[in-house]
Write a protein that binds this ligand. Structure first.
Ligand SMILES: Nc1ncnc2c1ncn2[C@@H]1O[C@H](COP(=O)(O)OS(=O)(=O)O)[C@@H](OP(=O)(O)O)[C@H]1O
Length: 393
């Protein structure tokens, strides 16, 4: 080894340079103390927390915010769909649990269909001109007939008597139509005003309005009709008071013009037969409606060309009232309720229908029987049938 050469190199450097060299060699060996300081700096608090989290494997992780929103979306959609799934049958609800997305789609479709149906239904529902009229006679069970008929799904009827062809003809046909309840094209509107049959001019107005109109005419034992009308007019006509007797109301006896106007069905029905074909007019007795309502309703269904729906389940006999009333456990009851005044609790007609009649004094009764007999005979001849009115006595 040439020591002198090395020494010569060494001799060439100044002590200051030598110190520098020593320091740089140390740096190479150990690394820069400044750099070392930067790497050995304390980790930031955030990093510390993250590290801590990593070091806790069993701790529950909080779901990232995006997923939470997704969950909420799904929840909202589910909530929106809930009313539809209620309308669907139980099977669909069960399926929903298994495949929610499929059922959600189905529920949406059903809802859309239902809305569409409803809109179409509402568009179609409008007041339509009546095609059948209950034209008479007052106090012969016309309200019961109208109310019972309104149980039929294909029949609608206004609650009130419209009196159009008698009193409000000047208001015009459009006004009349608007008095009718909304109905579907497939339904039949029936209006009842028992005074229509009393005037030939009114019957002609009806024919001019609709020459195919069907007429329902209720008749009743004329003496019972007198009793019924008497009780009605005592309340509704100011010329009578509570003290007006039946005899006084009859006009002092049983052979007056007043009595004649009440018991003479035949001349009015003849007028109706003169304006309409007989096929368009059905005459029905109150007595039969009172005792065998379903039989009568089935007959009228057929007369009106409606599907037969009436069964004995529609009505129940009330011993207390002494009449048939609506069977409130049957859902059609609520439909009929829109068409007649009835007691919501009992399903029977209000107190103004089916009032107990007073007993007629025997003398007056005999007079009335004698007086009404020819009227009845004329009616029976006209109809080609009899009623058991005179046989009752
Ligand atoms: N189911 C039933 N419920 C109640 N009443 C019934 C029923 N069926 C027939 N009737 C008889 O209907 C009589 C009333 O007839 P109207 O409805 O034509 O009277 S009105 O002209 O509308 O005022 C009414 O007359 P009154 O008994 O004099 O009240 C009843 O006898």
């Amino acid at each position: 080894m040439d020591i002198r050469k090395n020494d010569s190199v060494a001799l060439k450097t100044t002590p200051r340079q030598q110190i520098k060299q020593i320091v740089s060699r140390r740096k190479e060996r150990l690394g820069d103390p400044h750099e070392r300081k930067s790497t050995s700096q304390k980790p930031s608090r955030r990093v510390q927390i993250e590290d801590k989290e990593k070091s806790k494997p069993n701790q529950k992780k909080i779901a990232p915010p995006v997923e939470l929103n997704e969950d909420r979306k799904t929840l909202k959609q589910d909530n929106k769909a809930t009313p539809v799934s209620f309308d669907q049958d139980k099977t669909t609800v069960k399926q929903k649990k298994k495949t929610p997305s499929v059922n959600l789609d189905r529920a949406r479709t059903t809802l859309k269909q239902k809305i569409k149906q409803r809109l179409n239904f509402d568009k179609e529902m409008k007041p339509r001109p009546p095609k059948c009229l209950i034209v008479g006679f007052s106090k012969c069970g016309t309200s019961a007939l109208k109310g019972f008929l309104a149980l039929h799904p294909d029949i609608v009827s206004p609650k009130k008597e419209i009196d159009f062809f008698t009193n409000y003809y000047f208001k015009g046909l459009e006004w009349y139509r608007r008095q009718m309840p909304p109905s579907l094209a497939s339904q039949l509107t029936i209006e009842k005003t028992p005074e229509y049959i009393l005037t030939p001019q009114v019957l002609r107005r009806i024919r001019d309005y609709n020459s195919n109109m069907k007429l329902l005419v209720m008749v009743r034992d004329p003496i019972v009709r007198l009793q019924s009308l008497y009780l009605h007019e005592l309340i509704h006509k100011p010329q009578y008071s509570d003290s007006t007797t039946f005899r006084q109301w009859c006009g002092g006896g049983g052979r007056t013009a007043h009595v004649a106007s009440v018991v003479d069905y035949a001349s009015h029905i003849r007028d109706a037969f003169g304006v309409f074909s007989r096929k368009q007019v059905l005459v029905q007795s109150e007595e039969e409606l009172e005792k065998f309502p379903i039989k009568v309703l089935r007959r009228i269904e057929s007369f009106l060309g409606l599907r037969p729906v009436f069964t004995k389940d529609h009505l129940v006999y009330s011993k207390k009232k002494g009449f048939y009333c609506f069977n409130m456990s049957k859902s059609t009851f609520s439909k009929a309720y829109k068409s007649v005044e009835m007691n919501k609790n009992t399903g029977c007609f209000t107190a103004s229908k089916g009032r107990p009649h007073q007993r007629i004094a025997p003398n007056l009764y005999r007079e009335l029987v004698a007086f009404t007999r020819p009227y009845n005979r004329r009616l029976f001849e006209l109809l080609g049938r009899t009623y058991a009115w005179e046989n009752f006595r």
